[in-house]
Design a protein around this ligand. Structure first.
Ligand code: FDA
Length: 390
């Protein structure tokens, strides 16, 4: 069997693994079972990769230990990544809420990382058969096209990501290896994922989008909500899905700017014969107003509404509480919440506290960012933290 010696073996050529390879000195081998590296980068941000966010701050990351991400995020910031992108001449723009996207294709980011990691030995279509530590170094068995190879390495980096989108090759390998080496793994669940409901109550509204404030589990997000055949999606819902738990309600404020009650009162003063539903349809999508009409009694004249009645309609629209029964799961989730327990890793270096030479970075770790470029920034920052320590 062929034997290769390397200094650092990185498992996973995704965002974190490629960045780590780029910043590691010495001999670096990166393996991935996919045919191409950085496939999630390629499909991210609708093909334009939302590669970071101007508003990166630790509070926008969810973890069992909310302090864990601070050090890595502070040492390799969004400005460092922007600088890298600029040096490679990749044009970008801010979309909304500090989200930075490529002007062109997201493959520019993949190509940039490939160029940065040109010194690394990248092995694609390659699987890990086993990983052990023999007291002095790690020993990995790899398989490619039916041929086995033994690789010895001083350091191993777990960078195989989370469980989201198994169709793209996501596996729980990092969690399995972490457990094998005695690290704990927190409960994992799909996050940044559409929420579903029994009986498809919004099927008739499929395709309708409206700005809302969506709240669940103590977090609130002002963004667009989208009705789908299966339930609710859109950025506001993807964001709250990280905080929502089975059995909880999601509170939707359909009037985040607070314009509806004043509009109804003004209409009553000017021409009260107009139907409540007609006034609301000037501010909310018509199909949504129709959907709510029976429950809220919107088929009546504004003139017939007392102040109390208008207040009740406002309360209902601003505190619409829905009870999702589940989510679309890992099939469509952008990320995995939870992962390798941060209590078992150094926040400075991402090295396992009890296994010198073993590192975990990116989505495999129990650090999950908000929607909007935060998860890539965690991949870049955690990768650099590990690379600088190796
Ligand atoms: P990542 O998943 O990128 O890489 C893991 C690598 O390990 C993959 O190449 C995989 O093939 C490999 N691998 C897995 N199991 C293996 C095994 N058993 N053996 C060998 N190799 C294995 N984030 C963001 O900030 N901005 C955005 O615009 C988006 N958009 C987006 C869209 C969609 C559709 C998804 C699904 C996700 C996003 N994300 C995002 C999230 C972002 O893609 C994610 O957080 C990072 O890619 C995580 O980087 P990692 O390197 O940790 O894992």
């Amino acid at each position: 069997m062929r034997h290769t010696e390397t200094d650092t073996l990185i498992l996973g050529a995704g965002a974190a693994g490629m960045m780590c390879a780029a910043r590691c000195t010495g001999r670096v081998m990166v393996i991935d079972h996919a045919a191409k590296p950085g496939e999630k980068i390629r499909i991210s941000g609708g093909g334009r990769c939302n590669f970071t966010n101007l508003g990166v701050e630790p509070a926008r990351f969810v973890s069992h230990n909310p302090h864990f991400a601070k050090s890595a995020l502070a040492r390799y910031t969004q400005w460092d990544f922007i600088d890298l992108v600029d040096r490679h001449g990749i044009a970008w723009h801010e979309k909304t809420l500090g989200q930075l996207f490529c002007d062109g294709k997201s493959t520019q980011v993949v190509d940039m990382l490939r160029a940065e990691m040109a010194h690394a030995d990248l092995r694609l279509d390659t699987s890990l058969t086993s990983l052990a530590h023999n007291g002095a170094q790690f020993e990995a068995r790899l398989a490619r096209n039916g041929r086995d190879e033994r690789v010895t390495a001083r350091a191993v980096v777990l960078a195989t990501g989370g469980k989201s989108i198994p169709k793209m090759g996501a596996t729980g390998l990092a969690y399995d290896l972490a457990r094998q080496f005695g690290l704990r793994v927190t409960d994992t669940r799909p996050a940044l994922v559409p929420l579903t409901f029994d009986g498809q109550p919004f099927a008739g509204l499929s395709g309708v989008a409206t700005p809302v404030t969506a709240s669940a589990g103590g977090a609130a997000f002002d963004e667009a909500m989208l009705f789908t055949h299966r339930g609710l999606s859109g950025p506001a819902i993807l964001q709250v899905s990280t905080y929502w738990r089975e059995g909880d309600g999601v509170r939707i404020d359909l009037d985040p700017a607070g314009r509806l009650a004043p509009a109804l009162r003004a209409q009553r003063a000017e021409a009260g014969r107009v139907q409540l539903s007609s006034v609301l349809a000037r501010h909310l999508p018509q199909r949504l107003v129709q959907h709510l009409a029976a429950d809220l009694g919107l088929d009546r004249r504004v003139a017939d509404c007392s102040d109390t009645a208008i207040d009740e309609v406002e309360r209902a629209l601003r505190g619409w509480t829905l009870s999702p029964t589940g989510s679309e799961g890992y099939r469509t989730a952008e990320v995995t919440l939870g992962g390798i327990d941060t209590d078992d890793l150094s926040s400075k270096t991402m090295e396992a506290k009890t296994v010198p030479g073993l590192y975990a970075i990116g989505e495999a770790v129990d650090v999950t960012g908000w929607l909007g470029g935060y998860n890539f920034q965690w991949a870049w920052s955690s990768a650099v933290a590990a690379a600088e320590a190796i």
